[in-house]
Design a protein around this ligand. Sequence first.
Ligand code: GLU
Length: 375
Amino acid sequence: MSGFDSGDIRRLVVKVGSSLLIGADGAVDVDWLAGLADDIAGLVSRERQVLVVSSGAIALGSAVLGINKRRARLEDLQAAAAAGQVRLAQAWQSALDAHGIITAQVLLTPGDTEDRRRFLNARATLERLLARGVVPVVNENDTVATEEIRYGDNDRLAARVAQLVMADGLLLLSDVDGLYSADPGTDAEARHIPVVRGISEETLAMAGETRSDIGSGGMRTKVLAARIATHAGCTTVVASGKVCRPITKLDAGARCTLFRPEGSPAAARKQWLAGALSVAGRLHVDDGAVRALREGRSLLPVGVVGADGEFRRGDVVSVHAADGREVARGLAEYGRDEAEAIAGCRSEDIEARLGYRGSPVVLHRDDMVVFDNDG
Ligand code: GLU
């Protein structure tokens, strides 16, 4: 037993591949999806937050448009994704409608999670949806993604989404029930691995290069995704989705592979910030702000007395007390000009100063590391 219990997870990303969701007839397997929707609704009713990363746009669209996926060019696949995404989103909404749950379609490209400005925007949207009890249904924005820049597989996208929202759980539903020491299809000696601590080259080698027919990911992409997510402090589980109500089955002890996280999501984010090599600018703050930061609060504009350097929203900035000491470091919610314009003002007055309603904070506490340099 790996000891996975969905009840332990506060915020879970569930990744669903095309081969689970789409039947041989090229249509959504609505019975299977209804079972998963029951599981998700069960989590939501216990106040857990759930995000879905769902593939299937290309498979659905290819069937509708009569495109042969294997021989199709990139433009055809993108056209298929455009036609299929509507159906995919519709299928999720109607499955969760049965439980009174609202879904929201979120299409991301790698730039949205790798570029820090867009990262803040994507995260703010997802947070807003989650706070309203919505289940975001995320996919790659296949119609604009080109071969070089696309995530290529939704396992990685799911790991990036988990990192983005600081999820503490990532469930990769697969057509196998986890990682084996060798390919179980060809090697009778293959052993199932219930728990992985630290993902080494050896772990990756076990995953091999397996590929299923419909989806683009294999076990290797799942282990690579697990590496991203566990480094971000997120427990990652690879389990079989080839059953009805897979999360219920897991809670009842179904076989899976659990990749243990390295620290918590908050600790991982802070470690990354503390080690950020390029600090684009500085914020100078008053004593009240220093106290607030030490108490774990966000930096409000009222505590900012000045800014220097050339920084934009999403850049890493250092925060300095009146005596010049660096007290914190974080991701700026505002660029330098805006930060200067709102310095000293109350959050309610930001709109009057800037002409638009931006973030109420200059640095969010989740995106900040406060240094312990009192002595
Ligand atoms: N984004 C693709 C789709 O929805 C799937 C990518 C994948 O399967 O990993 O069809």
